[in-house]
Structure formats: C-alpha cells, structure tokens
Design a protein. Structure first.
Length: 478
C-alpha cells in the first residue's frame, strides 16, 4: 500500500518522484522496462529550449521557461552535464523575417530573456557554417544542451536516495478504483495506492482512459536522427533551428554536451507506439533538410542513427492535473517537446498538486544533491595517477573510443539504481557510444556485468527483456 504510485520512469516521472521525495510520503515508481530512461527520454534532441515558440499563456510555455531557469542550478546539484550555448532560428527568405519577429514577440510575452533578431552578417559572424541562403536569425542566448540520460538518471537516483521505491520490469496492465484506493494490476502482482501520477509517455492516454470518461488521445510522433562523431562536434557552436512548422521545430543541427554533432528529427505520426526503427527515406530527409541551414555538413562522420517517439496530444498541450472525474489520479500526459526542458518544472507542479491534495509535510532530512560517476579524464595528471594508485580499475580502459575505465563501469553497476545491461552501462558512462559503437568494448563490458551481478554471460542483455546477446545450445558453458 502506497501513498503515491508513479507510472513511468522517464524524465517526467523521475522529476515528479524527486520533487515528491521532499515530503513525508510512501512513494513507488513502476517502470515496465529494466531501467529508467528507456523511452522518449533517451531518444530526443537533448535541447534545453529557450521558450519563444510555445503559445503564450499555455502550460507548455510556462513550464518551458521555468524549466529552463531551473536547469543550471539543478545540473550543479545533481551533477549532470548542461551547457547554455544559445540557439539560432534561421530563415532563408525575406518573408521569413516576419515569422522571426512573431517568435521574438511571443518569446518576450513568455518571459524569455535576451532574444534578438540578427541580420545576415551578424548571424554569419556567430556561426560561419550556416547556409549562404540565410538572411536573418533569431538569437536566443538562454537556450542550452543537456545530457538527457544523465538528467533522467540523476533525478531517479536522488529520488531513490530520498526514499522513493522503484520497481522495474513491472508493466501496468489495468487500473481499478475501489472507494479512495486504486488497485494497480501489473505483470508482477497488484499494487495499491491512494494517488497515481500518470507519466507513461506515449501510453499516458491508455491509463487516463481506463479511469476517466473524458478521453484523451496521444499519437506517437516518430523522429529520426543522425549522430556524428566528435570530429564533427565543432561544426556549429549553437543549436541551429529552422522556422517552426506544423509538426514542430523542424530539422535541427546541434552540438551535444559530449562533443558530437546531432541532426534531426523528422516528424511522422505513426500508429505503432513501439516502432523505433529507422528508415532510409527519413534519414535522407534529415541529411537533406539539415543541409539547407548548415553548409558542408561532414555526413561521412555519421556513427549511428536512432528514432525517438514523442507523445503528441491532439491539442498540442501538456495535460498536468487531477482528472476531473477520477479524484486522486494525476495526469502528466502529452509531454512532448519541450518536455525535457520542462521536466524540472513539471516535477514541481506535480508535487505541488499532491502536496495540496494530501496535506504533505516536508522532510527534515531531504538530500538535494547527488554526485555523478567520476570521470578520470577530468582530473589533472597527478590526481589521475593518485586515483589509479588507490583503485587500479580506473587505469583499465574498457571503451577506447570514449576512454571509459573499468572503475567507471563498476560505479555504474553498483551505485543506486545501477546498470544491469549494456545500454544501462552506456547511458551512465558512454561506454559504447563512440566511433565503433560498442564493437570492441561490448564483450569486456559484458564480462564485468556478469562478474559483478553474479550471473552467466548468457543472461546479459543489451537493454533488458529478451535482448540477450549470447544464444545457442552451449550458451551456458561460456
């Protein structure tokens, strides 16, 4: 029996869990996958949006700007990478300047600071590789980039340290309300709670519609990306956007906090909420449209491609609040872009709603900080030598592309909510994210996982479930 059950371990669920963990309550987060950050939160643009394009007065606009304002201090408190690099929205015709002016005015109404329209020369001085066709650009200095994995994981680890329980591989199948209590039926039994936070991403409509007569509808909007090697990371210094269209902000070009270059996403509505495959046609679209705004893109440096699914609600608005005809059921639905940016503010809002409904009291011993995984490459040579002397595992390089050590992988496995799969290690340490895309380091990482988790190599998975990498009659004899 819990006071609050949160459905979904993405960034919205984790942010809600972290903010709720400030209060005296028994809280549990249910996640159908083997880890947090396994859905939309792991496959997106990793942008901290300034907030100039969301409709003025909308919840999306309010939480975007608030989330942006919170992100820098949160990154310091929870020790995850964040850089406020700024962004440019470029237009390639004189007609587009009018659209930039509308974005500028809308952004000012939303409370975005420092917005400015640049002429062609000013834009080119700022970004020499923007297209020769660009005639003007909207500059947003408050925009930034973040590591979406580390943000999500940091929020979850901090929530866990403050008492939130996490149940992985636990898929919610049905929800029934009996009086003031919800019975939550899962593949691992029945959980009971007084309140539910529905942060289930593309499936949030499914759970909302189980308990409410006022139906909502969420469409999975597919977005495909190309990720380029670190060699290409300096091609632009800021995030380069097209003018927003019907399906969002268009194809962007941006550096990442780890020094790569990212192109994408496309925007195609699909019926299959598990369809994260890439297609030749969509990747060609990414390359073509990215090249309209940024010239000389080093496409030969592409090291991987991926697809993310956005939870697009029909009215294109966040749905956050208690369901009118089902008291105690709190929606956190329709969280698409700028959902990652808004996550800290979404967590605040959900916690405030439940604080008022439940009369929650603050804890006296809430721990607001968390320390991430140590990166030896960020130390001085002398500090690194001393670290390796104390713990030789930090001198054993496992992933050569990203210079990830055994010590970092051990930390990823044994810390709170530690990694249990190759992808779990990858999201926490970047082992396998480099040029060879885990071609060399996977066997060594699997050996470490098997040894530390005390399970056979044949049980190690790429990403949980049935994604085992070793198959065959003699798999258990390895």
């Amino acid at each position: 029996m819990y006071d609050v059950i949160i459905i979904g371990g993405g960034v919205s669920g984790a942010a809600s869990a972290r903010e709720l963990s400030r209060y005296k309550a028994k809280i549990c987060l249910l996640e159908k996958c083997e880890d947090v950050c396994c859905g939309t939160s792991k496959a997106n643009s990793a942008i901290v949006h300034a907030g100039y394009d969301a409709v003025n007065g909308s919840l999306m606009a309010k939480l975007n700007v608030r989330g942006n304002n919170l992100m820098e201090q949160l990154s310091k408190d929870l020790d995850f990478p964040f850089k406020r690099i700024g962004s440019l929205v470029v237009c390639r015709s004189e007609d587009g300047i009018y659209e930039l002016e509308k974005l500028l005015e809308n952004g000012k109404k939303n409370g975005v600071k420092g917005l400015k329209i640049l002429n062609q020369q000013e834009a080119r001085e700022m970004e020499p590789n923007i297209s020769d066709d660009v005639v003007a650009a909207l500059y947003a200095p408050t925009a930034g980039i973040v590591c979406p994995f580390n943000l999500n994981i940091a929020l979850a680890e901090n929530a866990y340290e403050n008492g939130v329980e996490f149940r992985f591989n636990t898929e919610v199948q049905e929800i029934k309300k009996n009086g003031d209590i919800f019975d939550v039926y899962t593949n691992r039994g029945i959980y009971q709670t007084r309140y539910i936070v529905n942060a289930a991403g593309v499936y949030a409509d499914k759970f909302h519609n189980m308990v409410s007569g006022n139906k909502i509808h969420i469409t999975a909007r597919s977005g495909e990306y190309c990720l380029l090697d670190r060699k290409a990371g300096k091609h632009v210094n800021r995030t380069i956007f097209s003018l927003p269209g019907k399906y969002g902000k268009g194809i962007l070009v941006t550096p990442t906090v780890h020094g790569n270059l990212l192109l994408g996403p496309t925007a195609h509505d699909i019926s299959d909420k598990e369809a994260t495959n890439t297609t030749r046609e969509s990747l060609d679209e990414v390359v073509k449209k990215a090249g309209l705004n940024v010239k000389n893109l080093p496409i030969r440096e592409v090291i991987t491609s991926f697809t993310g699914l956005r939870a697009h609600e029909d009215k294109h608005e966040f749905i956050i609040g208690e369901v009118e005809d089902c008291k105690g059921f709190i929606d956190c639905a329709g969280i698409e872009s700028p959902g990652l940016t808004s996550a800290p503010a979404i967590g605040e809002m959900v916690a405030d709603i439940l604080k008022d409904l439940m009369g929650l009291e603050l804890k006296e011993n809430f721990k607001a900080t968390r320390k991430g995984i140590l990166d030896p490459m960020e130390l001085s040579v002398e500090e690194r030598k001393e670290l390796i002397k104390r713990n030789p595992a930090y001198g054993n390089i496992i992933c050569r592309c990203e210079s990830i050590t055994e010590g970092q992988i051990l930390d990823a496995i044994h810390r709170a909510l530690g990694a249990k799969s190759l992808d779990g290690v990858k999201r926490r340490t970047r082992a396998g994210m480099g040029r060879c895309q885990a071609g060399f380091c996977s066997p060594r990482t699997m050996e470490i996982l098997a040894r530390e988790l005390n399970i056979p190599m044949s049980e190690i998975t790429k990403s949980g479930g049935e994604s085992r990498l070793i198959l065959g009659k003699n798999k258990d004899k390895l």
